[in-house]
Design a protein around this ligand. Sequence first.
Ligand code: NAD
Ligand code: ZN
Length: 367
Amino acid sequence: SSVQVALGSRSYDILIGADVIDSAGSVIRDILKNPRVAIITDDNVAKLHLKRLQASLTDAGIEHSAIIFPAGESSKSIATYGDLMNRLLDSRLQRDEALIALGGGVIGDLTGFAAATLRRGVDFIQIPTTLLSQVDSSVGGKTGINAPQGKNLIGAFYQPRMVLADISTLDTLPQRELLAGYAEVVKYGLLGDYQFFEWLETNGKKVIDGDAAARIYAVEQSVKAKARIVAEDEREGGIRALLNLGHTFGHALEAETGYGAHLNHGEAVAIGMIMATELSVRLGILESQDSGRIRAHFKSVGLPVAVPEIAGVNWTAENLLAHMRQDKKISGGKITLILLNAIGDAFSTNNIDEPDILSLLKQELQE
Ligand code: NAD
Ligand code: ZN
């Protein structure tokens, strides 16, 4: 199936299905200005899915080269970006040739930023291979790399020309990465689509366990939600902020653990969504029955609902609040939070007093 991101002359399609990689060549040939592309990927994904993509490009008469980086967040760096630019410029890549990002959010963000800045902009195509990148990072045009000073501090808004989400690639994804992406899937239900949340309550386990039809539906609904929000608010002046549900708390948890393997982004966001939910209940905005339902669903699929004990990490409410104050989503001196009126009805506020946030954090940390 296909979903469009409506952005005028920069509109693009997201194709979702099983084995779409195998027809990537014929699908993208029409939008290429030149039948030549450079594929950017990481060493995990290269072993598993690069040959399929190369075969389909060759079949469609598209010339291709591949640049492979080590898997992991460390490849979203200034050094890797510099290396990538050098290699692309050395390879005589002309202005009208395109880049293909084959991989998760790391490869997508890095490749998108390279495409945005190479000769002031070349076309790029996203082929996301993690659940997180299929439902979130490949859609919407946020590209970038990390700086020593913090995550995603160097970047650009730059939309891809097409997104190909092949759910068969998820068959090789480790369970923990799959769950991390699932946290973002539930987020779309919680922030704006009660019926989707209800569907996930019944079918979420199927999505996790590998049912292809359930995966296609979940990716499609997620992408539709993101596409709608991005079309309305490309540069995050308003409604796009709702996508940060669970993220202000989540980023604080990630920062406290040094973005390590102990707590990945999806896990941090899952706990963050629980915190936002509980805060909404404490403020008398959300019914406790609803927060119970959310918690029960997270538990039933295996998402964390509480801050885990991690060796070397001394969680305190004060430390987490300090990280939240530093988060870029702060405005007018107050922390911006996304809270819930109900399941499927989120809103943004910067009207929450810090003592209320602090006491919520103390409750969650059982301080
Ligand atoms: P990732 O790209 O690091 O992928 C996770 C791991 O899975 C890696 O080890 C990767 O090699 C491996 N992998 C990828 N596809 C696989 C497959 N099909 N089978 C087996 N292994 C596979 O991480 P991610 O979770 O996809 O993305 C996280 C990144 O996305 C972060 O840098 C985050 O900042 C960024 N992000 C960006 C946006 C945005 O709007 N641009 C939104 C959310 C997150
Ligand atoms: Zn996220």
